[in-house]
Design a protein around this ligand. Sequence first.
Ligand code: SAH
Ligand code: SF4
Length: 443
Amino acid sequence: MNVRDSEFVAGMLLENGFELVDSVEKADVVLFNSCSVRQHAEDRLFSNIGDLARLKKKKRDLVIGLMGCTAQKYKDKAIDRSPLLDIVCGPGNEADLAGILKDFMENRCAIVAVDKVNEKRPEIFSIYRENDFKAYVSIGEGCDNYCSYCIVPYVRGKERSRDAKDVIREVEELAARGFKEVTLLGQNVNSYGKAVRPSGRQAVNFVKLLERINKINGIERIRFMTSHPKDVHTELFKAMRDLEKVCEHLHLPLQSGSDRILKLMNRGYTAKRYLKLVEDYRKIVCGGSLTTDIIVGFSSETEADFKKTLSVMRSIEFDSAFTFKYSPRPPAKSAFLKDDVPAAAKEKRLQSIIGLQVASSKKRNESLIGSVVEVLVDGRNKKDEKSLSGRTRTNKAVIFEGDRSLVGSLLNIEIRSATSFALRGRIEAGSSTFLSPTRQAVS
Ligand code: SAH
Ligand code: SF4
């Protein structure tokens, strides 16, 4: 979501006469986009801003701004924490950034623009994108779920779904420009359309939105995140099975396997409901991948609670997982409970689930050896310049040898080996970029 917000701001500034440069040293304006979901991200942010002190001494006119959730959380206090900051701009105020920057450059007086947390972002269609064939498309902002550990509803405001016609128009424009893959973004995509829009009408739910995007010529792959277990139903899985462009990958955060902890987290489901969803998903979406988020060391989490998480993870065998140590985020509700799991226990639990996940990922990836998968080629493999890397429809990284001219195309790759983190293979004999099969071909 932050990547998309940065593109939005960069595009808007480009249209207002600014230019992008390739290094901080060359910049007249440096904007930090920030995440406040965990304390660690926030600490790194302020340390990165602090790193600019030397540059600012040399270049007194350098403008340093903070945007994103940490700006909204700290407001004017961000400047107390980092006096290098000239501008603080919350996520809801980002559409005003061009004016804010011009104002600052004329008056040289610090500007704090925050609190438009519940407003709808204007439909500014700047053409700037970081990638030429894969694009993020926001389908809504904010969140009404109030998971007790989560700061998002406080800094991103109430859930607002974007009008379906605006989403469709954006995807159509992307298709016309040659984009092949779109990832639909929302804090909880499954509740798309539920929140009443200012105009009071929103008949399109998430599955209907997928059906409409599936009809757009030129788009080959549709991804989405994030799904919430309390709002996911088999209707979505059937859409994933039946709509040929919708990729067979579900990111479904579990957070914990203990019902007591899930209740304290205000997640609205039990481990049993989660397991049933997974069973239905795997039955309906044949060969689909499943990824998750897990938090360890939530307030009052005992060894017995943690073992329940391990046990659910063991029985599901996720394809991959993002794993986090619990971090209290006031004003989120759980920050008022005791953060009573010792740091060493959190670390130990984290290492246990990472170990378990690495083994599950390896097993699931190895099961693909010998199959042929459709890959959208992303670019050169960073670790080995001679190889290319891309993603399967199930969002697994695939490394293979090939010519740079293949970047952006869809290829069939025969999988020869696998690790926890990636598949390795070779271009299937006779695989043609013109075939562009929209289904994963599993031999
Ligand atoms: N709306 C998305 C993204 C939420 S933030 C969703 O609901 O999945 C991404 C992940 O960060 C969450 O799923 C959770 O696992 C983790 N997270 C959020 N708040 C946290 C906190 N206070 N401490 C540790 N991890 C947290
Ligand atoms: Fe946060 Fe929960 Fe909303 Fe996700 S669904 S953004 S974890 S409150």
